[in-house]
Design a protein around this ligand. Sequence first.
Ligand code: C2E
Ligand code: MG
Ligand code: MG
Ligand code: MG
Length: 277
Amino acid sequence: NAKQAGGDTLRFFDPATQEQLQRRARLEADLRQALPRGELLLHYQPQVRDDGKLVGAEALVRWEHPTRGMISPGDFIPLAEENRLILPIGAWVLEAACRQLAAWAADPVMADLTLSVNVSSQQFREGGLAEKVLAILTRTGARPERLKLEVTESLFVRDRDDARETMLSLKEHGVTFALDDFGTGYSSLSYLKRLPLDQLKIDQSFVFDLLEDEASAAIVASTIALSESLQLQVIAEGVETEAQRAWLMAHGCRFFQGYLFSRPVPVEDLEAAIHAT
Ligand code: C2E
Ligand code: MG
Ligand code: MG
Ligand code: MG
């Protein structure tokens, strides 16, 4: 009807929306150039065991934009997932992470670290992911046992069998898998029975209000118990306070990642911190 049409027209010409669309289009054009211009880099966030030992790190991509400064992945990964730029970006991340792993192998203090790398569901759907990862491992000389791929529940909503096949081929070579942001997706728990996962990552949204919110506390305690029954390692992300760490430890969680230990940092900072301990 006329009133509705008028509303749509108004919304279409809404200057704020127009501006948003333009900003987005500019960002997208810039993002296309980011890889060829070498503007992407990785930061590393430590993963710590309950005895305080640093056992691994998560590689987190950053975009050093020529005029806007450092842009965090939350502001460009969703965009990249919409326009398939995530495929070349994801491939670059894997290669850069494996190059880093190979470099660490020569340093006795770094050689035992596991490196976790986020992989988008689209990288699985594109096909050939196992072959691509194996080629990168060969090319860089990184040890597969040191590489952990972080996947999200969105991977298991569709194409579950394909994802399983890919994971199994990589696991044959020693690559491990973590389920990131556990509990925030829309998929059922039944995939936990069939997928070759090694680790569950408790999402930071539950860790955040663990001590104030009974529901979050219950979800975290259940996730830890579930991991134990399924013989999966469990790691809590977003641990910011000693009180949260103590609660998690008391409930059986032995691995942590969060600002309490360190923010994501450039590789030199991570290496310096480990050599200092
Ligand atoms: P994620 O994989 O769940 O990574 C954890 C995010 O939580 C990181 O944000 C990290 O900086 C942040 N974080 C860690 N500890 C704390 C804490 O104690 N408190 C708080 N408030 N936050 C904490 P970041 O680096 O901005 O990354 C955001 C998301 O972007 C990641 O979430 C991941 O989903 C995505 N992402 C990052 N790098 C890549 C990548 O290379 N490929 C893909 N596909 N996605 C990526
Ligand atoms: Mg992650
Ligand atoms: Mg996460
Ligand atoms: Mg998250």
